[in-house]
Design a protein around this ligand. Structure first.
Ligand SMILES: C[S@@+](CC[C@H](N)C(=O)[O-])C[C@H]1O[C@@H](n2cnc3c(N)ncnc32)[C@H](O)[C@@H]1O
Length: 299
């Protein structure tokens, strides 16, 4: 099954999507709130009449607002990036600069272009690779910030967003090429969303109702993957909110984390997933246990 994917992102939930979709369907709710929206993968691939995407990270919210309000400008920037990477490769490897058709550019990307070669023409991209990219986004237009957000996550190691792509990383730019292919469908979907930039403690009470279905995919404790990470107090706040929720919810956590099990108790169920591709600190073929906490009856 192919899904709409905008960019690489740490902790994204591709393998869990079929189960998340089943639970939403069983809930009989048509109003989805993706509380910790991240790359938007869940909101992009679940079908509901109303969708709210939320994340506390301003750069992600800026990205989805640009896709919603002016998708063409972002599309053109990404297309120019692929073209410029293809031209740089041509210049560096063949000694001439030719114009590329879209297919040639895509094929070139699929063979893997080092990120830094593509930056050859883009000094701002180098600047944006600094760890504190929020500081380096100052003074840039919304479109440029959106463009660099996709660029950073899609070309950095494991989707971490602030580490350099290695010069031989095969998948460099492959995501951007795929993103371009799927961009019209992504933009069509995002157009219907309501986009929020709130802390979960504010978002959930604001939207809680009997019609709502909250999907919760909070940051992994101790990983430090995001600009906003979680400690035990944040998880305790989630537990308190869920105890008196009017709507339905599904929360995914790492089932091997005993501290989380102490806060939330036994999960509704646990599923085992085999890692197909490897990735950030994850070996290919290794197994991961995912905990599902939900107040939806399993059918
Ligand atoms: C595990 S990721 C979500 C990944 C997402 N499900 C996906 O598939 O891409 C957790 C997200 O929570 C966001 N976040 C961290 N603290 C938050 C808070 N207090 N309120 C709302 N979002 C928060 C982070 O910015 C991060 O994008």
């Amino acid at each position: 099954m192919t899904y709409l994917r905008l960019m690489k992102y740490p902790g994204t939930k591709t393998t869990l999507l079929p189960e998340i979709r089943n639970i939403l369907r069983n809930s009989n709710r048509h109003f989805l709130l993706d509380v910790f929206g991240g790359s938007g993968l869940v909101a992009l691939n679940l079908h509901a009449k109303r969708i709210v995407y939320n994340d506390i990270e301003e750069e992600l919210v800026n990205l989805f607002k640009v896709i919603q309000e002016r998708p063409e400008s972002l599309y053109q920037m990404l297309e120019a990036l692929l073209k410029s990477a293809g031209e740089n490769r041509s210049r560096l490897n063949k000694g001439f600069s030719g114009s590329f058709t879209r297919n040639e550019v895509t094929n070139t990307m699929q063979r893997g272009i080092p990120a830094r070669k593509a930056e050859y023409k883009m000094p701002e991209a180098r600047q944006f690779r600094r760890t504190d990219y929020r500081e380096s986004s100052e003074g840039l237009s919304m479109e440029k910030r959106a463009y660099y957000t996709i660029y950073r996550f899609s070309t950095s190691f494991g989707g971490m967003g602030n580490t350099y792509a290695t010069t031989n990383e095969k998948s460099t730019f492959r995501y951007i090429s795929k993103t371009l292919d799927e961009f019209p469908r992504i933009a069509e979907t995002v157009k219907k969303w309501k986009i929020e930039n709130l802390d979960f403690r504010e978002l959930i009470p604001r939207y809680d109702s009997r019609d709502a279905f909250f999907y919760l995919d909070p940051p992994y404790p101790g990983k430090g993957w995001y600009n906003h990470n979680f400690d035990a107090g944040d998880f305790e706040d989630i537990r308190t909110i869920l105890e008196s929720l009017k709507g339905k919810y599904l929360m995914n956590l790492n089932a091997e984390d005993t501290n989380l099990a102490q806060i939330f108790g036994k999960p509704t169920f646990v599923k085992r997933y085999i890692n197909q591709n490897g990735g950030l600190n994850v070996e290919s073929g290794s197994q991961r246990l995912k905990a599902f906490y939900t107040n939806v009856q399993r059918i």
